[in-house]
Design a protein around this ligand. Structure first.
Ligand code: ADP
Ligand code: ASP
Ligand code: MG
Length: 416
């Protein structure tokens, strides 16, 4: 008998039929004798609709009320799944974030989980023999008692945090793909499912654009050593052989991965904007004058390239910011024009970042150089580059994203 967390994403609970299918998956584990806590997302598309309503009501909305509205999607699915489970004879009870409670910080819209009373969940397993159906994505800020949400994709984080709190044997993430692939299988049909991926690699993949897991959920998994298994909810529960290993991807410590490839996966993000500040005096303090005001305005700068301007006297600085912050960044830089002292300013939002990730890069030289050559052969111009120990990223025109991803995918033999 094991303690399990089963998390079901939006497409897995998209309508009542799909919720019935989820209930049968849960029953399968309960029948096998396990104690199960289920975490559900809102029905697919629901959170987008709720966010749009908030923005329609006022462009300058109160973040606390945003949370009150957008958390409601998960309230609906948790209740519906509890009903569907009861209907097939599985005792179940729904729990909202504030009822459990899942304590969070007060950063409404992207709150952090501070604590979960895991013992209370376990006690209910023992006393009531009841499946806990927990609304993902939401919690409560203790001091104010207000509902909070964990940022988009946050049900993954709810699930991993609950798995850590109840010391679960595994946290199963059921989604619409049967695992983590070498790149998004919707973009590259040749993408291959990985049997295992190290936390660190998954962290990079997620933060560089692969939305299959929320970044914070992977951070938490790594911190608490939660075994996270990504699998499909679209397999029929009745077809699953309880004794066989189901298809899926285990996210685990790198010591568990025997056959380490140099490159594990490729991620991409079109959520980038490029800014170039031209003809800046090349003197100490300039970087601080540019990036200080951006940081003060909570704008994250990612890739940074500095080079000599066309006049040979001054310098150009190119960097990227999240596309959503582009307009604000432009405003901040215009306001600081006199302190920075630049002559020209260029910006582009039709850019994309493509990233290559693999722990094997630590011990292999020249991995990035191969990519630069392969991209050049396809006529893809690189606007900026960043590298770190286990990944490198290139900034390119958004129109070339798919071509670049496919080129790199086959370059590193990921097509198999
Ligand atoms: P859920 O609603 O279950 O949380 P998401 O839509 O958040 O599901 O995440 C699953 C999606 O992530 C897949 O449909 C797939 O298109 C996308 N994805 C992006 N990169 C990858 C990858 N490397 N492996 C698997 N899926 C990926
Ligand atoms: N429903 C929320 C979202 O769409 C949380 C989640 O699905 O993980 O972002
Ligand atoms: Mg998700």
């Amino acid at each position: 008998m094991a303690r399990l967390v089963m998390k079901f994403g939006g497409t897995s609970v998209a309508d009542i039929d799909r919720i019935r299918n989820v209930a049968r998956h849960v029953k399968r584990e309960v029948d096998a004798g396990h104690d199960v806590a289920v975490v559900v997302s809102a029905m697919s598309g629901k959170t987008n609709e709720l966010v749009a309503w908030v923005k329609d009501a006022s462009p300058h909305y109160d973040q606390r009320e945003y949370d009150a509205v957008v958390a409601s999607g998960e309230q609906v699915t948790s209740g519906l799944l509890a009903i569907a489970l009861q209907q097939i004879g599985v005792p179940a009870r729904s729990w909202q974030g504030w009822q459990l409670p899942i304590q969070t910080s007060d950063v409404h819209g992207s709150a952090r989980i501070l604590g979960i009373d895991g013992d209370a969940i376990v006690r209910r397993f023992q006393d009531k023999r009841e499946v806990a159906v927990i609304a993902g994505f939401q919690g409560v800020h203790g001091a104010t008692g207000r509902i909070s949400t964990l940022g988009r994709g946050g049900s993954d984080t709810s699930a991993v945090a609950i798995a850590a709190a109840i010391n679960a044997e595994r946290c199963d993430i059921y989604t619409d793909v049967d695992g983590v692939y070498t790149t998004d299988p919707r973009v590259v049909p040749q993408a291959q499912r990985l049997d295992k991926i190290a936390y660190e690699e998954m962290l990079e993949l997620a933060s560089l654009g692969a939305k299959v897991m929320q970044v914070r959920s992977v951070e938490l998994g790594m911190l608490h050593n939660v075994r996270i298994f990504v699998r499909s909810s679209f397999d029929k529960p009745e077809d699953i052989d309880p004794k066989a290993e189901p298809p899926g991807t285990l996210i685990c410590g790198e010591e568990e991965i025997v056959e380490q490839q140099t490159v594990t996966g490729i991620a991409f993000s079109k959520d980038e904007a490029q800014i170039s500040i031209r003809n800046v005096q090349d003197k100490p303090g300039i970087a601080a004058a540019i990036f200080g005001p951006l940081a003060d305005n909570n704008i994250n700068v990612d890739m940074i390239v500095q080079n000599v301007s066309a006049d040979g006297q001054t310098t150009d600085l190119t960097f990227t910011v999240p596309a959503g912050d582009y307009e604000r960044a432009v405003q901040v830089l215009k306001t600081s024009k006199d302190t920075i002292g630049y002559q020209r300013f260029d910006g582009a939002t039709d850019v994309a970042k493509v990233s290559v990730i693999g722990i094997g890069m630590r011990s292999h030289a020249g991995v990035a150089a191969q990519a630069f050559k392969a991209l050049a052969e396809k006529g893809i111009n690189i606007r900026a580059i960043t590298t770190s120990e286990i990944k490198f990223s290139v900034l390119i025109d958004a129109a070339s994203t798919e071509l670049a991803v496919r080129t790199l995918h086959s370059l590193y033999d990921l097509d198999k």
